[in-house]
Design a protein around this ligand. Structure first.
Ligand code: C2E
Ligand code: CA
Ligand code: CA
Length: 589
């Protein structure tokens, strides 16, 4: 018995010691945690879901500025302090919702809590779940870190990254990253969202010809006017130099969007004045509609921009809706451009020559060189198709150089005949700083006579930089080249504008000739151009003469030079030379 008691007593003593030890350990542990909680920068929280008890460490009182008797943070009242925008539906106000679950049971979340002052502080809330045997959460606990400063810093960076400093409008980055998502969030049930891409017409011209102050205040004025159309569901951004984007979210019909686009164009009916000068500015707009024209922002932007270019091509100061033809045209262009890149190296280009005929002498007075592309992929491609593609990509520079070389060589080979070979020049070529040098070098190299080569330019060549381009042309004219103004009548110019230009010949566009026999207006126009040209000492070449009646009418109206299928189509060099021996007597019968 005794030994039994002794054993029990022994066991009890041991267990008491163990208990004391464990209590001491527990006390130390609690002390350590309290010390840590106190010393930590972060506040700690603990939520018992079974007993529905909250605990937060004193640190949170300090952080938020409440005293304990004023506001009980260790209660469900804590949840009332969550910023309404950060609140999630559900009983816990979202404070503990797992917005970014990490490893098993752990999560974190960023939310604002209201301070005593009424201001909000940002917190990073970290936590971990404790589960019962059935997998139900019974407890969650973690920390609250004050990240207000980091958030402010982030906001500042966002401001710099997302907003344009001149106009204060959101910029392209904002549009690409946030605009559509924001619209979706703000007006979730909108049927259509229209993205309108707006571009100021001829902005470059104004910017180049006036100070940058004018350019800037013009952009500010454009911004001011476009802002008139913004509202709770219409947002404006500036996506580039003179490009703006308007996103509209509640247009429940396409007519509505149509009306909006119309009002954009109308906004620019009134001129804008700066330092006593009036400027007429117009804009062109393209519209892409979500979701049918693109279900993401990249596509919508691309398609709206394409539609905008369509509006520009149609004469500016207009808007147009995107359609799928534009997209396939675009793909076609990109493809064509790829093949154009190899065309020179692969000798796929050659020139045809079309005679220009002197009605008074009945002889050919010159040839126009017209570019031909024989592509292994597309077959014979019309320059009407591939020149614009080459102009868009800049390839026209290289192609144009090739053409100039060929034309000068051809002119040199027939220099004894006293003819003039003319060569079409794109606006972009003329704008190159070395264009004049390039042409004069060729002229010298082949030791050409004055008047044996002509450059055919259109009015669009002069549009972007009138002064500079006319100076270059005047220089070349002095040097011995002739300058032809092509497609006259289709562009912007008035007849009096002709006097200001360094040109020798006006080419009247084919569109006036097509119906010249029957259309009185066309006849008057041609008459007027011919008389004026004569008055200021310019020659006239009439393009696109296809029939004898046209020819007869023109020769009777004292048009001296004609060009057209009636005389000859554009033909290869050898055939062109054979034309020189041909008789054209049949024209007079
Ligand atoms: P363009 O300079 O106005 O050339 C006249 C166009 O009218 C040529 O078309 C010519 O073939 C066509 N044509 C001439 N007579 C008649 C006629 O009686 N009836 C009809 N229906 N058409 C006639 P093409 O060769 O297709 O050239 C089209 C355009 O491509 C040219 O218009 C010019 O703007 C451009 N182009 C051609 N070659 C070059 C080049 O080497 N460089 C550049 N930059 N553009 C070029
Ligand atoms: Ca031409
Ligand atoms: Ca022409």
């Amino acid at each position: 018995m005794d030994s039994d008691f002794t054993q029990i007593e022994q066991a009890l003593r041991e267990s008491h010691v163990a208990l004391r030890q464990s209590r001491e350990e527990t006390r130390q542990m609690v002390e350590r945690y309290l010390l840590l909680a106190d010393a930590a920068q972060d506040a700690l929280w603990d939520w018992d879901l079974v007993e529905y008890k909250f605990f937060v460490s004193d640190r949170l009182y300090e952080m938020l500025g409440y005293s304990k008797d004023e506001y009980d943070l260790c209660s469900a009242d804590l949840l009332k302090l969550i910023h309404p925008d950060d609140r999630d539906s559900g009983t816990d106000g979202g404070m503990f919702h797992e917005s970014c679950p990490q490893s098993e049971g752990a999560f974190c979340n960023e939310q604002r809590l209201m301070m005593r002052s009424g201001e909000y502080k940002w917190f990073l809330i970290r936590g971990k779940n404790v589960y019962d045997s059935e997998g139900k959460i019974i407890r969650r606990a973690g920390s609250l870190t004050d990240i207000t400063e980091r958030k402010l810093y982030e906001e500042e960076i966002r401001q710099l990254a997302y907003f344009d400093s001149l106009t204060g409008l959101p910029n392209r980055t904002y549009v690409m990253h946030e605009m559509l998502d924001n619209a979706r969030r703000r007006v979730p049930d909108s049927k259509y969202r229209a993205l309108i891409f707006i571009d100021v017409d001829n902005f470059k011209y104004i910017n180049d010809h006036h100070s940058h102050a004018v350019g800037d205040s013009l952009l500010l004025e454009v911004t001011r006017r476009l802002k008139l159309l913004t509202g709770p569901d219409t947002w404006l951004a500036r996506t580039g130099g003179d490009e703006f984007v308007l996103l509209q979210s509640t247009g429940n019909s396409l007519e509505f969007v149509d009306g909006l686009a119309e009002s954009i164009v109308q906004l620019f009916a009134e001129p804008f004045t700066f330092a006593g000068n009036s400027f007429y500015i117009t804009v062109s707009a393209g519209i892409a509609v979500y979701p049918q024209d693109g279900d993401n922002i990249e596509l919508l932007m691309k398609h709206a921009e394409l539609a905008m270019y369509q509006a520009k091509e149609a004469g500016k100061n207009a808007f147009s809706f995107f359609n799928n033809d534009m997209a396939s045209q675009m793909r076609e262009k990109v493809n064509m451009d790829k093949h154009l890149r190899d065309a020179i190296r692969n000798h796929e280009f050659h020139l045809h020559y079309q005679p220009q005929f002197d009605v008074t002498t009945g002889a050919i007075k010159g040839f126009e060189a017209l570019l031909r592309w024989n592509s292994p992929v597309y077959g014979q491609v019309s320059p009407v198709k591939f020149i614009p593609v080459a102009e868009e990509s800049g390839l026209i520079i290289e192609i144009g150089q090739w053409v100039l070389n060929e034309v000068f060589a051809f002119a040199a080979s027939i220099s004894h005949l006293g003819l003039c070979v003319s060569c079409n020049i794109s606006a972009m070529q003329l704008q190159q700083s070395y264009f004049v040098e390039e042409v004069t070098a060729l002229f010298d190299h082949y030791q050409l006579k004055r008047g044996s080569v002509a450059l055919e330019i259109t009015e669009s060549c002069l549009l972007d930089s009138f002064e500079q381009s006319s100076q270059k042309l005047a220089y070349l004219q002095n040097y011995g080249l002739l300058i032809y103004l092509d497609d006259f009548g289709t562009g912007y110019s008035s007849l009096t504008y002709l006097k200001k230009l360094p040109i020798n010949v006006v080419k009247i566009d084919k569109s006036f000739i097509d119906e010249i026999v029957e259309n009185v207006t066309d006849r008057r126009i041609v008459q007027a151009i011919v008389s004026l040209a004569r008055e200021i000492g310019l020659d006239v070449v009439v393009e696109g003469v296809e029939t004898k009646p046209q020819y007869h009418y023109l020769s009777e109206s004292s048009c001296q030079y004609v060009q057209g299928y009636l005389i000859s189509r554009p033909v290869p060099e050898q055939q062109a030379l054979q034309l020189l021996d041909q008789s054209f007597d049949y024209l007079n019968n």
